[in-house]
Design a protein around this ligand. Structure first.
Ligand code: F6R
Length: 364
């Protein structure tokens, strides 16, 4: 049942190209994105005044990526909200807003409560859901199904990747309908998306290198992830993956925030992982990494093929293939999933069933 892998998590990491392809193909007709089965007309899309993305945990992290991508491509204001916070404030929703709830299981209590609150206020709702027939799938006005298949490991991987794809497709289509991108850009983005599964396959071929590095981190006490923009969103997920299955304390920081407090924690031997996939932010994040190094940190960099100058700064560098920078999270997350996995294995822990966690959080 684990398909020859030692753990479900590793099996599911390898199922990501297929999860992405299936999710993408379900919405592509004749080379174009077709959302006609989702009850969102072009008129509806043009009229959206604000998008709220409501979710928990890793699903929330995909929302953070979607916020950057959708705002940049479609120029619609997007707010990402932790469902457990959203439900207990009195969020200000207007009739032309769209509330997107993201959930693998479709049963997360806080996310479901957020969905119900939006519906009570008469706002259009869209679920990005993996489990067919789940509560969120049944109650949302419309559903974008991620076709990741059943996910068994508590730590999500392939559902996360499929949620990202759903977020990109909505962003690209909204951008086209609202006239924010040209026809050429539109088809270019779709073509680029279709290259992602193979690129993930290439990253997976190199997993032993990450295994080697992970084994050396087995006794780490604290690990920090830093990045800006989409790279910060990747850090959030990388840090959660690591801590939930390895039980090593880790934090994700927007790189520019380090000097507002956290840098006081940096001392000899602490590992700082810099994520650098956004060319216009490279230099800024590198300078934050250098500040950590001068306080004794050792540095790992996760960046794009070609950005070799980072080797002057970082002791260990992982390269992912080039893609359009909007979609970089889909590639950069994979080495971080592998890192969390291999650190957990090196520590002899129960990778698929980490302590204190449940696959589906149906109580608050
Ligand atoms: C982390 C993880 C959780 C879930 C969160 C939301 O690896 O799996 O953070 O992402 O509990 O679950 P769903 O997506 O089922 O609502």
């Amino acid at each position: 049942e684990k398909g020859g892998y030692e753990h479900f998590m590793m099996k599911e990491i390898h199922e990501q190209p297929k999860a992405i392809l299936d999710t993408m193909n379900s919405k592509i007709k004749d080379g174009r994105i077709d959302l006609s089965d989702m009850g969102l007309s072009e008129e509806d899309i043009k009229n959206i005044s604000q998008v709220f993305i409501v979710a928990c945990g890793s699903a929330y992290h995909t929302g953070v990526v979607t916020q950057y991508v959708m705002e940049d491509l479609a120029r619609i204001p997007v707010r990402v909200e932790l469902a457990s916070e959203f439900r207990y404030r009195r969020p200000i929703l207007n009739k032309n807003d769209l509330v997107i709830v993201v959930s693998q299981s479709g049963e997360t209590a806080d996310t479901l409560a957020g969905l119900r609150l939006a519906k009570e206020q008469g706002v259009k709702t869209l679920g990005i859901v993996n489990v067919v027939g789940s509560s969120i799938a049944r109650e949302a006005d419309n559903v974008f199904y991620t076709l990741a298949g059943p996910e068994i490991a508590v730590a999500t991987t392939k559902a996360y990747s499929a949620q990202l794809i759903a977020g990109y497709m909505l962003s690209i289509e909204f951008a086209r309908v609202r006239g924010e991108i040209t026809e050429e850009q539109y088809t270019g983005y779709i073509t680029e998306l279709q290259t992602i599964p193979d690129k993930i396959g290439r990253i997976l071929e190199d997993k032993e290198r990450i295994q080697w590095f992970a084994a050396k981190q087995a006794n780490a006490q604290d690990i920090f992830f830093v990045g800006r923009g989409i790279d910060y969103a990747i850090c959030l997920e990388g840090s959660l993956k690591l801590k939930e299955i390895s039980y090593i304390h880790s934090e994700a920081y927007a790189a520019g925030e380090l000097k507002h407090g956290t840098i006081s924690l940096i001392e000899d031997g602490i590992l700082v992982i810099g994520v650098l996939t956004q060319p216009e932010l490279y230099e800024k994040t590198i300078s934050n990494m250098v500040e950590c190094k001068s306080r004794g940190a050792s540095l790992m960099a996760l960046t794009t093929v070609g950005n070799y100058s980072i080797e002057d700064t970082a002791e260990f560098t992982v390269y992912v293939p080039k893609t359009d920078e909007h979609f970089a999270a889909s590639l950069a997350v994979v080495p971080l999933q592998l890192l969390g996995y291999y650190v957990s294995v090196a520590r002899g822990l129960d990778v698929d069933k980490p302590r204190n966690l449940a696959k589906s959080v149906t109580v608050e």
